[in-house]
Design a protein around this ligand. Structure first.
Ligand code: 13P
Length: 252
């Protein structure tokens, strides 16, 4: 089954609303002619409303970078799914390694967040990936198996294919050390097989992205790999030119 590639930019904690406006005005004309690729920008909460308004009617969808699993409650500083969907936010990054490492994001919380995002009608991008030590000691598959199993535990078989999984080896994030095509293909095929262990057909349609030092000059090779269905782009998504170049290199 043909899977539509998804190129998602993760801005992390970059861009005020004013900077975001300048960016989107530069980006939209550069991606308007590109067909057959889904494009998303995962932006800070404070940029969401302006970006949704500015991107309306374009091919760019606006995603958030985190979400609480409860619809409302006494959770100071948190943002819920209904708060996002009312703004027409279409998806949300969940379990990014920066949130796991620095802000205590747990597999237990993700097992609640992923189904909550789906039920709210958003696309969850679940991030998984191993540390350098885990790769060096042959623990990559074990880590990926544990994260996929635990973080998707609350997702029903019918909804499994609606999740997007981003394979982001932690040693490749922000380091310029992109995974080799062989490493990316092998781990992403393994993740797809893990989904297939739960539901054979979902493996055919679930989209698995690669993330970690994706740049305009390495994107085409990664995106051409048989199991790689797109990219989650950090640093190179912060300039409209380089993000548009990555979008343009997706096969379609
Ligand atoms: P870089 O593209 O800057 O390595 O970041 C990857 C990432 O963490 C995307 O979520």
């Amino acid at each position: 089954m043909a899977r539509t590639p998804l190129i998602a930019g993760n801005w992390k904690m970059y861009k005020t609303e004013r900077e975001a406006e300048e960016y989107i005005q530069a980006l939209l004309p550069r991606v308007s002619a590109v067909d057959g690729v889904d494009v998303a920008l995962c932006v800070p909460f404070t940029d969401l409303r302006a970006m949704v308004d500015s991107a309306r009617g374009s091919r760019v969808e606006i995603y958030a970078q985190n979400m609480h699993h409860e619809p409302e409650g006494p959770y100071t500083g948190e943002i819920s799914a209904p708060m996002l969907t009312e703004l027409d936010v279409r998806g949300v990054v969940l379990g990014h390694s920066e949130r796991r490492a620095m802000f205590g994001e747990t597999d237990k919380a993700l097992a609640l967040k992923v189904p909550a995002a789906l039920e709210a009608g958003m696309v969850p991008i679940l991030c998984v990936g191993e540390t350098e030590e885990e790769r060096d000691s042959g623990e990559t598959d074990r880590k990926l198996r544990q994260q996929v199993r635990d973080d998707l535990a609350g997702v029903s078989l019918e909804r499994l294919a609606d999740v997007v999984i981003a394979y982001e080896p932690i040693w490749a994030i922000g380091t310029g050390r992109v995974a080799s095509p062989e490493q990316a293909q092998e781990s992403i095929a393994f993740i797809r097989a893990l989904v297939g262990d739960r539901e054979r057909q979902a493996a055919e349609s679930v989209r698995v992205l690669y993330g970690g030092s994706v740049k305009p000059d390495n994107a085409a090779e990664l995106l051409a790999l048989p199991d790689v269905d797109g990219a989650l782009v950090g640093g190179a998504s912060l300039q409209a030119d380089s993000f548009a170049a990555i979008v343009a290199s997706a096969p379609r």
